[in-house]
Design a protein around this ligand. Structure first.
Ligand code: 5AD
Ligand code: SF4
Length: 434
């Protein structure tokens, strides 16, 4: 039996996709291995979101080729976004035997059979229908606590900087009944937390069921589980989603709401469909309906033509919202996107990195302030395992998705426990059991 090794890069969607890939291959008799030196098939499930993500993967492809040369017959395959973006160029590099885009995974067994016989394979067709709805993923995380369920694929927004609509194709929602069934299956297998995944979950629609409806159905189907979701788009997140969150005790109080920029001029160039004021109004609404909701964000520093004034608008929106956490990047031009075709990438690298550093140091302070405000509060935490720093401490996340640690030798991964916050760092709440 052939052994398959997969490395997964990029977002949680890719993790969910690797789980689907394993499921498809296991049905055809392939075995999974975590030891690359034993693998007959080496896959990288890849990300194209920024140039440095791709550069890292090219570095890994070089490493894979050491195996490929040492053990003739080993197949190296590139899956996911980079496969879709670079297509034949990957085969032409001579370092890859198989290239499969995100909608081609059902064909992997056939493709692999041919590739293992020495025939290079490529399938980068995107689909309008494929959701892999009928495939039960092989869950890859080892603690058995938290599972991802992908509820839709693709993206119909055309944010001018973003490669995703090109690599993942048009948006399609998965049949809601298969999602509820998968949630129940996870509960039965002992999982305690679900994250519903989509590039833009608020535009989910399956007949009469919109995202708020789906969220309610899942929360009610698995009342003992904690439900999360990602990613929300500021222009689309509805009051109905917020009221559904407020009315179900098991939906986590956390919204990831990428802001990208605080400047109206830049937001328009980015083709985001909201303004600074709209974003601030959404935040106010979230806090009105769910007062203890954590709000996290993504931001891009140094987008085309960004001035010091635009940058100051970004800093000020961070200050105004007081994000609990943020993923922060500087702009990386992606070939083929609207921005690459229309606007020069004209903010010098040193300016981009300086602005990014300013945002990061501001966010460090905001994260610390957000954590300090939790001192003295009590939270229900889902235990993930032993803390990285101390063996006699457990770690886990509260509803707001903040990492908590506390001394404990009585509980285990998957337990819900009550803790009180005694102190904090910028990244962690230091707690005791109550
Ligand atoms: N350059 C830098 N960051 C980007 N993102 C998306 N495209 C780019 C790009 N070209 C960021 C956005 C998005 C997150 C997943 O990655 O902030 O929300
Ligand atoms: Fe995920 Fe986007 Fe990276 Fe693709 S390009 S893996 S969708 S983050």
């Amino acid at each position: 039996m052939k052994k398959v090794y997969i490395e997964t890069y990029g977002c949680q969607m890719n993790v969910a996709d690797s789980e689907i890939v394993f499921s498809i291959l296991e049905k055809k008799g392939y075995l999974r291995t975590e030891d690359i030196s034993l693998a007959d098939v080496i896959f990288a499930n890849t990300c194209s979101i920024r140039d440095n993500a791709e550069q890292r993967i090219w570095g890994r492809i070089e490493q894979f080729n050491i195996q490929r040369k040492a053990r003739p017959g080993v197949v190296v395959g590139i899956l996911g976004c980079m496969a879709e973006r670079l297509k034949e160029a990957l085969l032409e590099s001579g370092k890859v035997d198989l290239v499969a885009g995100p909608d081609a995974y059902r064909r992997l067994p056939q493709m692999l059979e041919a590739a293992l016989e020495g025939h290079p394979q490529i399938d980068v067709m995107l689909s309008r229908e494929e959701t892999y709805a009928d495939i039960t993923p092989v869950r890859l995380d080892s603690n058995g606590v938290s599972a991802f369920i992908s509820i839709m694929r693709g993206c119909n927004n055309v944010c001018s900087y973003c490669v995703v609509p090109y690599t993942r194709g048009a948006e399609r929602s998965r049949d809601h009944r298969t999602i509820v069934r998968e949630a129940c299956d996870c509960a039965q297998k002992g999982y305690k937390e679900l994250t519903l995944l989509g590039q833009n979950v608020d535009s989910y629609r399956d007949g009469e069921v919109d995202f708020a409806g789906l969220l309610g159905l899942v929360a009610e189907a698995v009342p003992q589980m904690r439900i999360r979701f990602s990613t929300s788009n500021p222009q689309d997140i509805s009051d109905y989603v917020l009221s559904t969150m407020a009315s179900h005790a098991n939906i986590a109080h956390h919204i990831h709401l990428p802001v990208q920029s605080g400047s109206d001029r830049i937001l328009e160039k980015m083709r985001r469909k909201y303004s600074r004021q709209w974003y601030l109004d959404r935040v106010a609404k979230i806090r009105e309906i769910i007062p203890d909701c954590a709000i996290t964000t993504d931001v891009i520093a140094g987008f085309c033509s960004e001035t010091e004034e635009d940058h100051a608008d970004t800093l000020s929106i961070f200050e105004a919202v007081g994000f609990d956490a943020a993923y922060m990047f500087y702009y990386s031009e992606r070939p083929g996107t609207l921005a690459a075709r229309k606007y020069p990438d004209d903010v010098p690298l040193d300016v981009k990195t300086r602005r990014l550093e300013e945002i990061i140091s501001l966010q460090n302070r905001l994260s610390l302030e957000s954590n300090r405000a939790d001192i003295g509060k009590r939270f229900t935490v889902l235990v993930e395992g032993t803390s990285k720093k101390k063996k006699e401490e457990l770690c886990g996340r509260n509803s707001q998705n903040k990492m908590c640690v506390w001394p404990d030798c009585d509980h285990k991964a998957g337990d819900f426990v009550e803790v009180e916050v005694l102190d904090c760092t910028q990244a962690t709440l230091l707690c005791k059991l109550v």
